[in-house]
Design a protein around this ligand. Sequence first.
Ligand code: FMN
Length: 334
Amino acid sequence: MSLYSSLLRPVLFRFEPETAHRLTLAALRVPGLARLFVPSKPPREERVNLMGLTFRNRLGIAAGVDKNGETPLAWKDLGFGFAELGTVTYHPQPGNPRPRVFRYPAQQALVNRLGFPNVGAKAFASRLRWLRTHHAIEDFPIGINLGKSKVTPLADAPADYLGSFKLLHALGDFFVINISSPNTAGLRDLAQPQELRRLVSALQDHNQSVAGPKPLLLKISPDTEDRYLPNLVEITREFKLAGIIATNTSSQRTQEDPHESGGLSGRPLTHRAQAVAKMIRPLLAPDQILIGVGGVMNSGNYQARRQAGADLVQMYTGLVYLGPTAAWDILGSS
Ligand SMILES: Cc1cc2nc3c(=O)[nH]c(=O)nc-3n(C[C@H](O)[C@H](O)[C@H](O)COP(=O)(O)O)c2cc1C
């Protein structure tokens, strides 16, 4: 039993999930604190170059963990190879009423209906600008996940995403177009081919018009029916996106799953996220990458996702249950 599961996790799990998350991020903001909880040697390295970026290993932090870009460097100290920050929206917004995150330890699952609470793209940009000017961040790519502001009508989504993208373009190493979170009304309608083309072309046109275009990826839902997956991938090829992130949380439930409404993540998602990764891989162009996420709770899940063709792997819920040594538990020690 680790120090986390025997001591720290029981204390944190006494708090409401969102409060526990706040406390964790506050602790991680203390410089160097994260390193006290982990082995002195980094987890097993596997340097790899993808999308023109160098990763020291293939395991990253998924979107939602650090929504406001508060602790990007702590994730490096915790052994991860990259972090995806956000979701950030153009307008600052409070998200849905609490409670909005629920823990299910017996199922190693979470349900959330946060609805993108975040400081907004402008404040997010100032924070990252400060970080970039005060720290040389090497071999630790930082992605930024973009979503639609709640106040923006669906028809104006392209301009809303584009507003955030312009503010943040210079500050992220790669960008993720999020059309798959289940907690913003209508967001998933942006996966309809016509809507998606409009959104992706607005972002890619801008991206290609500036010096130093950034890799753009599409994050998809596990609830997309199998027969629509080829169409989604085709659109990413048409607009030369760098790849796909599969998957976000699920709104679907089996009898045994937690029934709270929102997006389900963790162990109940493992099977579907793995299946989607397997279906997506052969459809991608050779120069596109696949980032596999969803129910990666141990090294077996990680290996399986890699075998399904994921170039990179991310986690969120596994981090809650495994704690600060998650990257070592999954990648092994060096
Ligand atoms: C509390 C919580 C908040 C999340 N917030 C976001 C988000 O803001 N944007 C996003 O694209 N995905 C978000 N996700 C989804 C994760 O990035 C990930 O795709 C999903 O949880 C599946 O991975 P997991 O099983 O390892 O948690 C969130 C997940 C959780 C549990």
